[in-house]
Design a protein around this ligand. Structure first.
Ligand SMILES: [Zn+2]
Length: 278
């Protein structure tokens, strides 16, 4: 099996990527003093930065081809950007945009919605011409909140808003079954309507975490919240509760910002949590 494919019961899930994002640690974790990272330098790049993979997950359930998250989008405005790879990576993995029946957004931040739509002259057309798109109603509202748009949802106006006029968006509630094997569960804090995607098949369960975790060091430092968390306290509570559920049930984990492909388990050795990537 390819390194970028894992199984949960009878479901195969492929990790594809739009590239990566990198930030200085002080910029991305402004509340964490630099020296607190000393014991976690191996969780950072050689330049002492946090690096995020921009994974999308492709799976098939109940006869539908599903894509979870769509990366940062085309790099047209930033020619040297280390993202903008999703269409090329889909092609490398023999997936055509027209194969996608459903796009699920874990949330409406810019690095999860970028390829939803393509601009043609002054029109927005779906990049995935046969797809419907799912987003939590809470994030739909949040990405229209004038107090949040500029800082938190800068590309929602072109990547999310037009979906309603195009009649292509379906809204998720706090717990929404999407297929017989897949459901969205509320994991709020990072954004008000952030969801994780629970996949169950053949007696196994896995969870696409979304942005509950940005760096593997957060499994040791569960209270470290990043500046990307809109409500840091709620994000912390959510991280504790979902990680406890994952551990208690021995779920598999798919974490789009952890090192590619983002497949792994949350393990404990002598009481210390760590990420065991597959
Ligand atoms: Zn993200």
């Amino acid at each position: 099996m390819n390194k970028n494919v894992m199984t949960i019961g009878n479901i195969e899930i492929m990790s594809i990527s739009d590239g990566k994002l990198e930030f200085d640690i002080c910029e991305f974790f402004p509340d964490i003093p630099d020296e607190s990272w000393d014991q976690y330098r191996d969780h950072l790049t050689e330049e002492n930065k946090v690096s995020f993979n921009l994974a999308s997950y492709f799976l098939r359930s109940d006869g539908r081809n599903i894509l979870v998250d769509t990366g940062m989008g085309p790099r047209s405005r930033h020619p040297d950007a280390p993202w903008g790879e999703l269409m090329d990576d889909m092609k490398r993995n023999d997936i055509s945009p027209s194969d996608i029946d459903l796009v699920i957004m874990t949330h409406a931040h810019r690095d999860h919605i970028g390829w939803n739509l393509t601009q043609e002259n002054d029109r927005h057309v779906p990049t995935f011409p046969n797809a419907r798109y799912c987003l939590s109603y809470k994030d739909w509202e949040a990405c229209h909140n004038p107090d949040l748009i500029k800082e938190r949802f800068p590309n929602a106006e072109r990547c999310v808003w037009p979906l309603q006029e195009l009649g292509l968006i379906d809204f998720l509630d706090d717990e929404t079954s999407i297929t017989s094997e897949i459901k969205a569960i509320a994991t709020p804090g990072h954004t008000p309507g952030h969801v994780s995607i629970q996949i169950s098949s053949g007696g196994e369960t896995g969870i696409i975490l979304g942005d509950v975790l940005h760096n593997t060091a957060q499994l040791r430092e569960m209270d470290w919240s990043s500046r990307a968390d809109i409500d840091p306290d709620l994000a912390r509570q959510t991280r504790h509760s979902i990680v406890n559920i994952i551990e208690a049930n021995d779920y598999k984990v798919l974490a789009g910002h952890l090192p590619s492909p983002g497949f792994g388990k949350i393990m404990k050795l002598n009481g210390v949590r760590y990420w065991h990537g597959f």
